[in-house]
Design a protein around this ligand. Sequence first.
Ligand SMILES: Nc1ncnc2c1ncn2[C@@H]1O[C@H](COP(=O)(O)OP(=O)(O)OP(=O)(O)O)[C@@H](O)[C@H]1O
Ligand SMILES: [Mg+2]
Length: 254
Amino acid sequence: MQLSDTKTLIVERGNKKVYDLGDQIAKVFNETKPVSDIFNEALNLARINECGIASPRVLEVSEVQGGGWGLLTEKVPGRTLAELMEEDPSKFYEYLERFVDLQIDVHTHRSPLLPRQRDKYARMIDGLDTLNATQRYNLLERLDGMKRHRRVCHGDFNPTNVIVGADGELAICDWAHATQGSPAADAAMTYLLFALTDTQQADAYLELFCERADEPMQVVRQWLPIIAASELARKRPDQDAEFLMSWIDVFDYQ
Ligand SMILES: Nc1ncnc2c1ncn2[C@@H]1O[C@H](COP(=O)(O)OP(=O)(O)OP(=O)(O)O)[C@@H](O)[C@H]1O
Ligand SMILES: [Mg+2]
C-alpha cells in the first residue's frame, strides 16, 4: 500500500493512524499490532459487507511503504454522528433515536462465520492480569449463565463509528470487534462507552434501546461487569481503568 502525499490525518491513537486518501480510508498500524488482528478486522468487515449492513467496502490489507501494515476501505463521505451531536446538543435525542434504531437493525442480521461473542469475552476475562482468580471465576460463571443468541453485534457501537452521508443515509465503520452473540451485551458495551464520558447520555441511551428493542434493562445490566472486564482487557490508552473496575466490583459478590 502506498499513501499519497495529499493524504490527511483523521485520527491518531496509541498504535495507529487513520488517513483520508480522498475516496479511500487507510487505517495504518505500527509494528506492535499483530498482523493477524488487521486481517481479522478485514475479514469481519468483508462478512459485514456480505450480509448487507451499510458499511464501507473492504479493499485491501497490505504492508505500508515506510512501515507497518494497513487496512484500506472505501470512504463513506459524510460526518460522524459524534461530530453532529457535539455541534448541536439540542438535537442529541433526535440523533440518539437514529443511532438506536440503526443498532437494533444490525442485530436483526446473522453472519454464522463471525467470531462468537461468548468465546471472545471468556478469552479476554481469562487473560486479565488485573483481576484475581476469584473475580475471574465470578465473571466467567456469570457469562456462562447468560442466554445464548447469534445476532450480529458491532462490539464498539458508539457515535464516532456511525457516518451520516450527505443524503442522510447512515453507514457503520470500525468492525474490529464484531461478533455474533447477544444484542443485550452489545447494548451494555454502548452504555459503558457513553458512561465513560457522560452518565446522563448513557442513561438516555439505555432507556431508549430497551424500549425500542423490547429488551429488559436488567439483562443489559447483567452484562455490564462482563463487558467492563473485556473493555479493561483491551487496554485502550484513553481508558479509565478505575471506572471500569468499579463496574466489575459492584457485582462481585451478588
Ligand atoms: N470508510 C470510512 N469512511 C469514512 N470515514 C471513516 C471510514 N473509516 C474510518 N473513518 C473515520 O475515521 C475514524 C477512525 O476510524 P475507526 O473508527 O475505524 O478507527 P478507531 O476508532 O481508531 O478504531 P478502534 O476502535 O478499532 O480502535 C472514524 O471515527 C471515522 O470518522
Ligand atoms: Mg472507531
